[in-house]
Design a protein around this ligand. Structure first.
Ligand SMILES: CSCC[C@H](NC=O)C(=O)O
Ligand SMILES: [Zn+2]
Ligand SMILES: [Zn+2]
Length: 419
């Protein structure tokens, strides 16, 4: 044969799943990309896939115009039991096309099975894998005991305000009676799969300083920039205290509270450039803070009030966003859902890591906030994490393997009669 070993390897795993790969690539070609994702074609595509596997009822919920949510349901034989929810988002983050090896919306597949596209890891893969797993279970004649819902939501990448946040507070969501949910996870570079059971909470902080304006040549106290720089010193000291724990191997990055400056604004400008000899009367900065689920938030609030933006230094602050503290979903023997997940994955020959906290933020937080057990899981191993990065790709073998993994999980979850 002319095929390389790699090519043979993915073709073997994907035997019979060629149409699933094509569905994945078609979905990847729909540019649901920020800042102006067009969700219509993606929703139509999802609904037509659902039709192709006789998955019904299907609902197109549109609580914000242009931002539809597709809700697909496979009813169990005992629909009064709490249901399973499999969630994924349809939107993807922007690309710098010229930095990519292949067009990020063409879903080019290389000979070795690597499929390049924005969204191939985050999270169009899992959306299609959920449906392809259900297609296979249906054709095997499997019948669920519990009902299972599959949701495709917009706007996760911009905080979910018009997406999952609307869904979670709707009567439709209440009626789903969700007992456990799976949502997006992280790509793992090793043989084992990663899983998350908590997230840090984003606090987006803006601090402003005012101060005495004056001549650029003059040394005096209480300029706006001096006031702001003193905040920077305190903030960077806190940042080091957290980062040092990570560097010393005492904490994982997701377990500390991070703070990073994200913008700076001060000074005057003219058509010819910045004003070089005036000390401005106002200065501001923005920070992306991610609060560890273990952090003492009162202490952090006090730090902000007393050291980072104290009135005594002519400073003020406001939160552009401030999420409540994240809950942790039990990921030990106390939760049947955890054991079922670990065992289902193991049956496919892959080991699931211990659950960890996620550094960034997903729609999973809305579910955990209302007390629904939620695991962040994407069946991606042996793959560099390129979420939000250039040349995001997923190998067909990983994709196909993931379908088998979801078949096992769905069987285990929908057959569980306890609780
Ligand atoms: C506060 S909502 C922001 C959501 C975003 N999620 C994915 O990257 C993040 O910055 O983590
Ligand atoms: Zn995502
Ligand atoms: Zn993302």
């Amino acid at each position: 044969s002319e095929e390389s070993g790699e090519a043979k390897s993915w073709m073997k795993t994907c035997e019979g799943l060629e149409p699933a790969i094509e569905n994945f690539r078609q979905y990847l070609r729909i540019p649901t990309v920020h800042p102006s994702p067009d969700y219509g074609p993606a929703l139509r595509f999802i609904l037509s896939l659902a039709g192709s596997i006789s998955l019904h009822p299907t609902r197109l919920v549109e609580m914000v115009p242009g931002k539809g949510i597709a809700l697909l349901t496979w009813e169990g034989s005992n629909p009064s039991l709490p249901s399973i929810l499999l969630n994924s988002h349809m939107d993807v983050v922007p690309v710098k096309k010229e930095e990519w090896k292949h067009d990020p919306f063409e879903a080019v597949m290389e000979e070795n099975g690597d499929i390049y596209a924005r969204g191939s890891q985050d999270t169009k893969c899992i959306g299609i894998q959920y449906l392809e797993a259900i297609r296979n279970l249906k054709s095997q004649g499997f019948k669920p005991l519990r009902t299972i819902h599959i949701s495709f939501v917009p706007d996760e990448e911009v905080g979910g305000g018009d997406g999952f946040a609307k869904l979670i507070s709707s009567a439709v969501f209440q009626s789903l009676n969700v007992g456990v949910a799976l949502d997006e996870g992280l790509a793992s570079e090793t043989e084992t799969y990663l899983v998350t059971n908590a997230e840090r909470s984003p606090w987006w902080l803006e601090i402003k300083a005012t101060g005495r304006p004056g001549h650029g040549s003059s040394l005096y106290a209480n300029s706006a920039l001096e006031n702001l720089m003193r905040s920077f010193e305190a903030i960077m000291m806190f940042r080091s205290s957290q980062f040092d724990r990570v560097k010393a191997g005492l904490s994982k990055e997701a377990e500390v509270t991070s703070i990073n400056p994200v913008y700076l604004k001060a000074g005057g400008s003219t058509p010819c450039g910045y004003v070089m000899n005036v000390q401005p009367s106002e200065a501001e900065a923005g920070f992306d803070i991610r609060v560890s689920p273990d952090a003492n938030t009162e202490v952090l609030e006090t730090l902000i009030q007393e050291q980072w933006a104290p009135q005594s230094r002519n400073m003020s602050y406001k939160f552009i966003g401030k999420a409540p503290k994240s809950g942790r979903t039990a990921a030990n023997e106390s939760s049947p859902w955890w054991g079922l997940l670990v065992d289902a994955v193991r049956r496919t020959g892959v080991v699931l890591n211990e659950a960890e906290t996620r550094k960034s933020t997903t729609d999973g937080r809305f579910l955990r906030n209302v007390g629904i057990a939620t695991y962040g899981f994407s069946p991606i191993s042996r793959t560099p994490n390129r979420q939000h990065s250039t040349n995001e790709f997923l190998n067909a073998q990983e994709f196909c393997k993931g379908i088998r993994v979801y078949e096992e999980i769905i069987k285990a979850y929908t057959s569980y009669s306890g609780l």
